[in-house]
Design a protein around this ligand. Structure first.
Ligand code: NAD
Length: 356
């Protein structure tokens, strides 16, 4: 891969390699676009098979964060850090403090947070060396309940568009995964008196928890979740589950859940869902509650404000669905158009000279 060609093609700003001699910390930070504000994105620790794989991952993830922040109405750009290493071996106070120093060296152009294989405890070490870190213990806290809240409102907007009513009590649901987000989502659906809820899981502890707390929520075999005769399929387990094999099985008219990168191939499976008359709530819009929540840490955390902001996912999705209809395109594409429009408009709005 020619990195500069790739950066030029997709409009990247910066790709930074770093290596700490003391701890062996090896990583790459990517800043995709800072038109709207500092680039925010978590730090992922992964035992990448090659440097090439790590670079591609950080590039792809940083660009995804630009769209996510823009579509969520935040004054943030997109960025990401990947650390190359074995999470079971490399972690230490010094390792994460060394990371903090590299984050600090970007002088606020990039703000980090936890991601795969890093947690709030690790970020506490990062925060000893930089103030450009969010998602800390005792601040915005666990993002999952608020992510689930955003998904709940996103489901309502999807129902309104697909069926003309956002009254949860009229509809049935199949939720894939009752982990951090699926669990809280199911609780909201139960509270809103959903007509019927099914869930699938592979973790016995999570199945038992659901059976105990909500025996009316019916467990189904993980392989059977796609073909249930329900109104909404809600993927809340892992990515790439909307693909050539699963899409033909779906009977639901709405697909809306927390899972990141739910479409195996956006350009193929976005249109495939559209052709089958299935309304898909774009992942990076519907699951933005967590990033909206940490964003509020930057301005003095206030839970009520973060919740109110997350509820706006409802209106954003209605707008995105309208764009998809107007432009006769699939909803994932419409969400990108929506995000790019905001970046362009805010950029142009800043073009006049106002002394401050
Ligand atoms: P999680 O690991 O807590 O929950 C996922 C659950 O899915 C687990 O309980 C797991 O046992 C279950 N699962 C795994 N394989 C399964 C299968 N084949 N069938 C059914 N269930 C299966 O993760 P989470 O935090 O709830 O995240 C779920 C998705 O949402 C991920 O794609 C994540 O990236 C995305 N997401 C999460 C957040 C957040 O705030 N947690 C924010 C944005 C996006």
């Amino acid at each position: 891969m020619n990195k500069f060609d790739y950066m030029e093609k997709y409009g990247y700003e910066q790709l930074v390699y770093f290596y700490d001699k003391t701890t062996g910390l090896k990583g790459i930070t990517c800043i995709h676009d800072t038109t709207l504000g500092p680039a925010l994105g978590g730090t992922r620790l992964w035992n990448y098979a090659s440097e090439e794989e790590a670079v591609l991952d950080v590039l792809r993830l940083a660009r995804g964060m630009t769209f996510k922040a823009a579509a969520a109405g935040l004054n943030l750009g997109g960025g990401k850090t990947v650390l190359i290493g074995d999470a079971t071996k490399v972690k230490s106070e010094a390792y994460f403090r060394a990371l903090g120093r590299y984050v600090q060296s970007l002088n606020g152009r990039y703000i980090t947070a936890e991601d795969v294989n890093t947690n709030t405890h690790d970020m506490d070490y990062v925060s000893m060396e930089t103030s450009h870190v969010v998602g800390l213990e005792g601040k915005s806290g666990n993002p999952s309940p608020i992510t689930a809240l955003g998904v709940f409102h996103g489901i309502r907007a999807s129902l309104k568009t697909a069926f003309g009513s956002d009254d949860i009590s009229k509809f049935s649901f199949a939720v894939q995964g009752a982990g951090q987000t699926g669990y809280y989502l199911i609780k909201k659906l139960v509270e809103a008196k959903a007509k019927k809820i099914y869930f699938s899981e592979i973790n016995p502890g999570h199945i038992a928890r659901m059976n105990k707390e909500h025996p009316e929520v019916e467990f189904v075999d993980p392989d059977k979740i796609y073909e249930l005769d329900v109104d909404v399929f809600s993927p809340c387990a892992f990515g790439a589950i909307l693909n050539d094999v699963t899409i033909p099985k779906l009977k639901a008219k709405v697909v809306a859940g927390s899972a990141n990168n739910a479409l195996f191939d956006e350009d193929k499976h976005g249109p495939m869902l559209k052709e089958r008359g299935i309304l898909y709530a774009p992942d990076f819009v519907i699951n933005a509650g967590g990033v909206i929540n940490v964003y509020h840490e930057l301005h003095g955390y206030n839970a009520d404000r973060a919740i109110r902001d997350t509820e706006k996912i409802y209106d954003r999705l209605l707008e995105i669905f309208a764009i998809a209809k107007e432009q006769n395109t699939h909803t994932q594409e419409a969400a990108k158009i929506f995000a790019k429009n905001r970046i362009t408009t805010i950029n142009l709005m800043h073009a006049n000279y106002i002394p401050r």
